[in-house]
Design a protein around this ligand. Structure first.
Ligand code: M6R
Length: 609
């Protein structure tokens, strides 16, 4: 949530920062700003030059003057927390003398208290943001070096931050610090970058250093050093980013959402690659850090995630129960951490997250670890906070997901859960024959996904048919229910059509009252042991003149329309049944002229509570 990018080197900094902001815009897009260090005149430090704009990065770009030269700068794209989107509240923020500039991701919890104290001492605030207190604290710090000034200011601050700081009197450096909000350094040739996300760096360098919480860094054009907020030096070992810059581009598609939906056959192929062991009809997941004896000792599994990742976790829990016969359930991490959960030593906890940054998930992991639990991560972004905090886990290898609305990562996360469930099952009581059956099913997935995607024109036609709905119901039973929930979330996020998901079995307990021709239902109807039950639910809807779009393995007579998807093994069907509904949501939103990659009020990584 919010994006930071900074540069120090020899190149003209403004175009570099604006390009970096474009790449980070998916993290927040209500206002943006840039500050650079101007050229120093004889004997005088260069003053800071700043431009800010409410709206998208393109609005900022239009405001940047032609003469805006400099080789050091920091920039920010915002998702509002404290104060409405406006020029004043956009970052960077400056002190009264225009000497200190700060960009900040995260939330300063004691901002009101600090603001009151600073105001009483005569400081005039120009914005409503929590960040501005940090600027004034740095400006007032008595220390001699910028590093010490920042450290002194941070001592007063409670909360989360990823910050980058410029100071006109120390214009040979950028000082950055991290606590709970990602900060990545990009190491170039006689130039250094900093960003909240590698997406802003990979076009220039793939050599990166990810700061830990409690770590700071000083970037100069020729070198960098890292140290703790207490001042002791730390060792920073650069790693190479797995993905090329092109992976972050739209690659010929009109939106990232369409690109990411279209990539799913390859993405699933990637999560399977090198993991299947035909000899023992099982899979190997390298980073689990859970040996066979420990796996046999697990009595329960609790999966924690938010939004789409929570839905993927719900399917994961079912896969674990079906294949490994271990009681498992999923819960929103955001709720779990606030209910003083009973942490049981025989329960294995799994944190699920695309970004690996979601604050509610990270905080749940930290709370669990504090209570001595073992926590695995199922994460997409390599080296992210949750991946690093977990005791082990697996990456889902979906590749960079830029659209705010998650699609390919959902699919890959569910496949990763299928692998994990198979692994646990084969350590316990799943037979060789069943192991082989699931492996064969997994191998069929990429081709079946391509088959579903080839049906896009028909799905687009159906989307146009239902785009007039003010509200939609999504139903499914057992395996189909989390698919219905995820499909309903997709539709509302991207099209803003109200959508509800219910277990089909619950219809008659209340929601049936909503059914009428203007409230269409999407029914998930797999060819499994619940087929007749699902047909009965459709019957109930038809009897109330409801329109039905079914996603099924064969044409459903009770439905007005059916999207037919290829059949896999019963346990793996949920992986495929959601994919046409991603396209359905996409085409509905497109027909309605929505801003598909950046839905209103949302941002990709929710790094605040
Ligand atoms: O990065 P995470 O998977 O932890 O994110 C969790 C949710 O914020 C995320 O899935 C959100 O619901 C998406 N907008 C779904 O499309």
């Amino acid at each position: 949530m919010c994006g930071i990018v900074g540069y120090i080197g020899r190149r003209d900094v403004a175009p570099l920062l604006l390009e970096g902001l474009q790449r980070l815009e998916y993290r927040g897009y209500d206002s943006a700003g840039i500050v650079i260090t101007g050229k120093a005149a004889a004997g005088k430090p260069g003053a800071l030059k700043m431009v800010k704009a409410k709206g998208r990065v393109r609005e900022l770009e239009a405001k940047v003057p032609k003469r805006f030269a400099g080789t050091t700068g920091i920039a920010h794209t915002r998702w509002a927390t404290h104060g409405a989107p406006s020029d004043e509240n956009a970052h960077p923020h400056l002190d009264a003398e225009n000497k200190v500039a700060v960009v900040h991701n995260g939330i300063i919890d004691n901002a009101s208290e600090l603001r009151a104290r600073l105001t009483a001492d005569g400081t005039v605030f120009l914005s409503e943001t929590d960040t501005e207190v940090l600027v004034h604290l740095i400006a007032r710090a008595q220390a001699d070096t910028l590093e010490e000034k920042v450290r002194e200011a941070l001592r007063h601050v409670e909360g989360t931050y990823g910050i980058a700081v410029l100071h006109a009197d120390f214009n040979d450096r950028i000082v950055v610090a991290r606590n709970g909000s990602p900060v990545v350094l990009g190491i170039g040739e006689k130039e250094m970058f900093v960003a909240s996300d590698v997406a802003a760096l990979v076009a220039h360098t793939r050599q990166v250093v990810t700061l830990d919480d409690g770590e700071m860094a000083t970037l100069k054009a020729d070198d960098f050093r890292t140290y703790t907020t207490e001042g002791s030096t730390t060792t920073a070992t650069p790693t190479t980013v797995e993905w090329e810059a092109e992976s972050y581009d739209m690659g010929g598609h009109d939106t990232y959402m369409h690109k990411e939906i279209s990539e799913q056959a390859d993405a699933v192929d990637r999560v399977l690659r090198g993991r299947i062991d035909d000899r023992f009809s099982t899979v190997h997941l390298g980073g689990l850090n859970l040996d066979a004896r420990e796996a046999r000792g697990v009595r329960r599994i609790k999966i924690l995630g938010c939004g789409t990742s929570y839905h993927a976790g719900q399917i994961g829990a079912q896969l674990i129960e079906e294949l490994a016969r271990i009681p498992a359930d999923a819960e929103p991490a955001s709720e779990f951490r606030y209910r003083n959960p009973v942490v049981d030593p025989d329960t294995l906890y799994i944190a699920v997250s695309q970004s690996g940054e979601t604050y509610d998930v990270l905080a749940a992991v930290q709370e669990l670890k504090r209570k001595g639990a073992r926590v695995l991560g199922v994460v997409n972004v390599v080296g992210s906070a949750i991946a690093r905090e977990a005791d082990g886990g697996t990456y889902v290898h979906a590749g960079p997901e830029v659209c705010v609305v998650s699609t390919k990562c959902f699919t890959n996360t569910v496949v990763a859960f299928a692998l994990f469930a198979l692994h646990l099952g084969r350590i316990r009581d799943l037979s060789v024959a069943d192991g082989k059956r699931i492996i064969d099913g997994l191998r069929r997935l990429p081709e079946q996904i391509s088959e579903i995607l080839a049906n896009e024109d028909e799905i687009k036609r159906l989307a146009a048919e239902y785009a007039d709905a003010k509200s939609m119901m999504f139903i499914g039973r057992v395996r189909g229910y989390p698919v219905a929930r995820e499909a309903s979330l997709k539709l509302k996020e991207v099209s803003y059509i109200h959508a509800e998901a219910y277990p089909a079995s619950e219809l008659k307990h209340g929601p049936l009252a909503l059914i009428e021709p203007a409230m269409p239902t999407v029914a998930i109807v797999p060819d499994d042991d619940l087929l007749e039950k699902n047909r009965a639910a459709m019957e109930e809807i038809k009897a109330r003149s409801g329109r039905i779009l079914a996603v099924a393995h064969q044409v459903q007579e009770k439905a007005d329309h059916t999207i037919v998807v290829p059949k896999n093994e019963n346990e793996l069907d949920p992986i495929l049944m959601g994919i046409p509904l991603q396209l359905f949501a996409y085409h509905t939103a497109l027909a309605m002229g929505r801003d598909i990659d950046k839905p209103r009020n949302l941002a990709k990584s929710v790094t605040v509570e």
